[in-house]
Design a protein around this ligand. Structure first.
Ligand SMILES: NC(=O)c1ccc[n+]([C@@H]2O[C@H](COP(=O)([O-])OP(=O)(O)OC[C@H]3O[C@@H](n4cnc5c(N)ncnc54)[C@H](OP(=O)(O)O)[C@@H]3O)[C@@H](O)[C@H]2O)c1
Length: 305
């Protein structure tokens, strides 16, 4: 059991987020150091403070912080955030956590869709993608999802209100996209990169926006590929292609949380969570996430309260 020093707290992990990023961090340094053999896997975690050596964080507080794949972890008081101890706590991992903020800021601050425009989102049944689609609908846009398998695609349309969904595994992405987006694509929210990005780029409208959120198709391969049609199409179609990280908008965090919370309360936004029980199941659950097992936000419940 780790012992907190001055200015530190000991946190009992309740939930840990499982993310495609866990895999990406193993590939090399990015916006953080690479994870190497022997490291404990870092994670975005929610937990309860069980010991505190900092007066600003009382014992019993529910906090979110960078944790580890472990039952307990230490954090500096300045590196955590106390969150309301209001059930369901899992919402701090999904809609009010990184997934919700990534979808919200990526779509609204970076993609800036206007009502009536067509949005396409990949990994659409995943944790970020399903929210991008739902928020796009709330903003009056036409939303088309790209996901793996017919079942996920009908779920997106029937349960989440997407206008159409395309199974990229069927091998007809270009044609299916053309059929679903007859008027072209105004905003592409890219979660996957690679071949899908290349295909979508051909169908972007003039002055379209590509929100570069991630490239999950490239995290688990030894032979990464990228679009061949860059920068040509960006020039000809006057596209804006912009990357972002969920934490880039601290001045808008409060607004995002209030709005997301309100949409949930008013039942305008469905919160889709995929909760795996038990720390020991985390490695298998991460592998499953990369092969498309999940719908919505996958997380591990480490301790029940
Ligand atoms: N910029 C940021 O701040 C930020 C924050 C969070 C996440 N991200 C990025 O956003 C993307 C989505 O993350 P997430 O948390 O929503 O994902 P997620 O819930 O972890 O879902 C991953 C989904 O991606 C799909 N997928 C897996 N391999 C694929 C492949 N080779 N090609 C196409 N799709 C594949 C699978 O669904 P299918 O069955 O549809 O294949 C899987 O269910 C990732 O690239 C992640 O790194 C970025």
């Amino acid at each position: 059991m780790p012992e907190p020093g001055d200015g530190e707290v000991l946190i009992k992990t309740l939930y840990m987020s499982l993310d495609a990023a866990n895999r990406a961090w193993m590939k090399g340094p990015s916006y953080r150091d690479a994870i190497v053999d022997g490291d404990v896997m870092p994670t975005f975690a929610l937990g309860r403070v069980v010991e505190s050596k900092d007066a600003s964080v009382p014992i019993g507080s529910v906090v979110e912080a960078e944790g580890l794949w472990s039952d307990y972890f230490l954090a500096r008081a300045g590196n955590l955030r106390i969150v309301p101890d209001v059930p369901p706590l899992s919402h701090h991992m999904s809609i009010l956590g990184i997934a919700g903020k990534t979808a919200y800021f990526g779509l609204l601050n970076v993609g800036r869709p206007k009502a009536g425009e067509t949005i396409v989102v990949s990994a659409a049944a995943g944790s970020v993608g399903n929210l991008v689609g739902q928020i796009g609908k709330l903003k009056g846009c036409r939303v088309v999802g790209i996901a793996g398998g017919a079942e996920k695609c009908s779920w997106l349309v029937e349960e989440l209100g997407f206008d159409a969904a395309i199974d990229y595994k069927s091998g007809n992405l270009f044609k299916d996209l053309k059929a679903a987006c007859a008027g072209g694509i105004d905003v592409y929210f890219d979660n996957v990169g690679g071949q899908t990005l290349e295909t979508v780029l051909f169908q972007m409208n003039l002055y379209g926006r590509i929100v570069c959120c991630g490239a999950i198709s490239q995290y688990d391969t030894k032979n990464p590929i990228g679009p061949q049609n860059l920068p040509g199409l960006v020039v000809v179609k006057r596209l804006r292609m912009e990357g972002f990280i969920a934490m880039d908008f601290p001045e808008h965090e409060a607004r995002a949380e209030t709005e997301l919370r309100t949409w949930v309360k008013e039942e305008k936004l469905k919160v889709i969570e995929d909760i795996v029980d038990g720390l020991e199941n985390a490695p298998r659950a991460l592998i499953g996430l990369l092969s498309g097992e999940n719908r919505g936000k996958r997380m591990v419940c480490v301790a029940m309260e």
